[in-house]
Design a protein around this ligand. Structure first.
Ligand code: UTP
Length: 296
């Protein structure tokens, strides 16, 4: 019988330099997307896919992350006194969302290094990795499909997105072979942030992975790569090319994804999500149209 995955690892120890000075004393994962911090969307996504055990990899200045998923007794008492039930519910919602665990990365030596910090907690089980600054729209299925592919193929599975060729140098890029299933591909090669114009395809790795535990063994011997960081992509490249623990498959995602670690994408995400909200959309939409026409 296939192993039931229960653990999600969320690396959130990066420096967030693209968002300075906002991220000088605050993690970028706490930046609000409409009225929730980005990280809450990611934890909600893990829980919705049945992953209730969440390990967050944090670093310096990351106390706000732990506080957000804990009780705020003074605030709760004040809202209760005021009878502000709606806001009280919003505040309490994240307290018991998941069984939260935290480990610090120490120096941010790369995503691969951050994932390696999860070894003790995860043990020898397949597990999911969700990047704390990558949002997948809750109306579009991705993680649960990846989890079932992992179980069916007994292999590692990563999420891929078709990107414009000009954007390929910002991502890990995959070389793939088709499988019998639409939008499921077998990865034959991976390269982290290829030099402009040299990308082997337009299939970019985005921040969702369901991995075999053997990735820890490979990460242990992965040397620093691009940017002097230990790259998860480099470890997955070894697993794919040497067919370790079933190799690596990709799920091509065709839904909505927002990169909240990038300033422009962050602004777009807020506008897109706010426009669709029942409480904000009706007023925002006409204002936005008027504003857009004033730009001409
Ligand atoms: P990014 O490269 O997007 O994050 O890493 P960053 O380094 O924080 O951002 P910039 O480029 O300086 O603005 C992708 C994910 O991996 C985590 C980040 O927190 C982010 O969720 N990460 C990265 C770590 O946890 N540790 C690291 O050493 C590096």
């Amino acid at each position: 019988m296939a192993f039931q995955i229960t653990k999600a690892v969320i690396p959130a120890a990066g420096l967030g330099t693209r968002f300075l000075p906002a991220t000088k004393a605050m993690p970028k994962e706490m930046l609000p997307v409409v009225d929730k911090p980005a990280i809450q969307y990611v934890v909600e996504e893990a829980v919705a896919a049945g992953l209730h055990d969440v390990l967050m990899i944090t670093g310096r200045n990351k106390n706000a992350l732990e506080n957000h998923f804990d009780r705020m007794t003074e605030l709760e008492a004040t809202l209760e006194e005021k009878g502000d039930v709606d806001r009280l519910k919003k505040v309490e919602y994240s307290n018991d969302l998941a069984d939260m665990h935290y480990v610090r990365q120490g120096d941010p030596r790369g995503l691969g290094h951050a994932v390696l910090r999860a070894h003790m907690h995860v043990g020898r089980e397949p597990f999911a990795v969700l990047l704390g600054d990558d949002l997948i729209d809750e109306r579009d299925v991705l993680l649960s499909r990846m989890i079932s592919e992992q179980a069916a193929r007994n292999a590692s599975v990563i999420a891929l997105l078709e990107v414009e060729p000009e954007a390929a140098h910002l991502y890990g890029i995959a070389t793939v072979e088709a499988t019998e299933t639409e939008d499921i591909v077998r990865i034959t090669d991976l390269v982290e942030k290829p030099v402009n114009g040299t990308a082997p395809s337009n299939l970019a790795i985005i921040g969702r992975y369901v991995l075999q535990p053997e990735v820890f063994d490979v990460l242990e011997r992965t040397q620093p790569g691009k940017g002097g960081e230990i790259q998860l992509t480099d470890a997955l490249q070894v697993m794919a090319s040497e067919n370790i623990a079933g190799g690596v498959y990709g799920v091509v995602f065709r839904g909505r994804r927002y990169d909240t670690g990038d300033r422009l994408d962050y602004i777009k995400a807020i506008v897109q999500l706010a426009v669709e909200r029942h409480d904000l959309g009706p007023e925002l939409r006409p204002w936005l149209k008027q504003f857009a026409s004033s730009l001409d």
